[in-house]
Design a protein around this ligand. Structure first.
Ligand SMILES: Nc1ncnc2c1ncn2[C@@H]1O[C@H](COP(=O)(O)OP(=O)(O)OP(=O)(O)O)[C@@H](O)[C@H]1O
Ligand SMILES: [Mg+2]
Length: 290
């Protein structure tokens, strides 16, 4: 079943993210991961069949493994969702979770283990990536000497902006909390990277979101999925240029090749792109979950 958008009007007003439909149950949220895909902050008009299911399963896999910080998951069993949800069970099954409602911190916690994307661009121009001066001579795709914590603001509208650690501390107005989310982000990344590597996947970088639930720091949103991370198949890894990817980069590369100006509306996607992107997302799930 393809789920592009849900309209469960009897579950309340709801809120539509780029990828998730969210229904508010007071202290809880129902997060429905749809088959929508976004790139450059625009939602594509075509669904990627099964994508929502895949993202939800991958997130659940990591949430189960990660025990250094509480996470927002209450249950992924639809039968344990509030009674009003039950009639939507066939749509919700596999692609939705009931979570604790958090006050999201207005920060994207990005950890980078490899040189690519905006970090590569910055390194080439300045020899630096955010707060860090890096050794000279690194090439695209190289492993960084240490994973770097490179936060960004979480813009409600428009593009996220990279910030320094100091700017993050100012935004959060809390030095202890800042240290905690930085150290946790790096720890979660390192632990997950080891696991993924054994399964033939390099996690080049990834993004975490944290929130406060009754004042307690909590990992929220999605966790180390092909929407929130760059995944490279280990068997073809070869620094010195762009890498094969098992994530959204495949779609970004296609969109760049069309010359689309990145302003909505996004163009319709060719069948081939949908099929190949879906294959990549399945590949990640299969490698991780088996
Ligand atoms: N436990 C939670 N409490 C409160 N808000 C949450 C929780 N978990 C996730 N969210 C928020 O729900 C939204 C998830 O929806 P979605 O991923 O579609 O949003 P998006 O960030 O706009 O899209 P994209 O992932 O493409 O950037 C995010 O705004 C996220 O911060
Ligand atoms: Mg999101």
């Amino acid at each position: 079943m393809i789920v592009y958008e849900t309209k469960f009007s009897d579950l309340g007003k709801g809120y539509r993210g780029k990828v998730r439909d969210i229904y508010d149950f007071g202290r809880y949220l129902l997060l429905v991961t749809t088959d929508r895909v976004s790139a450059f902050d625009a939602v594509m008009p075509d669904p990627i069949p099964d994508k929502g299911f895949i993202l939800n399963q991958i997130s659940l896999y990591w949430f189960k493994k990660e025990n250094n910080v509480p996470n927002h998951i209450i249950t992924a069993e639809v039968s344990e969702f509030p009674p009003a949800c039950q009639k939507y069970a066939p749509i919700l099954e596999g692609r939705s979770v009931l979570v604790k409602k958090a006050n999201p911190l207005p920060i994207e916690c990005i950890v980078r283990g490899y040189l690519t994307g905006s970090a590569l661009k910055e390194y080439k121009e300045t020899g630096r990536v955010c707060d860090y001066r890096l050794p000279p001579g690194l090439v695209e795709g190289d492993a960084l000497p240490e994973p770097l914590f490179t936060p960004a603001t979480k813009a409600r509208q428009g593009h996220d902006v990279n910030i320094t650690y100091k700017e993050m501390v100012e935004i959060l107005a809390d030095r202890k909390l800042s240290e905690k989310i930085r150290d946790l982000s790096i720890l979660i990344y390192k632990n997950a990277s080891k696991i993924a590597l054994k399964k033939g996947i390099i996690i080049a970088d990834t993004k975490f979101e944290f929130g406060l639930v009754d004042g307690e720091l909590t990992l929220i949103d999605e966790l180390i999925t092909p929407d929130s991370s760059r995944f490279w198949p280990l068997e073809t890894y070869s620094p010195g240029g762009p890498q094969e990817s098992l994530d959204k980069q495949y779609l970004r590369n296609y969109l760049i090749s069309t010359g689309w100006n990145k302003n909505p509306p996004a163009p319709k996607l060719p069948k081939e792109i949908i099929v190949n992107l879906r294959k990549r997302y399945f590949e990640v799930m299969n490698r991780l979950l088996k």
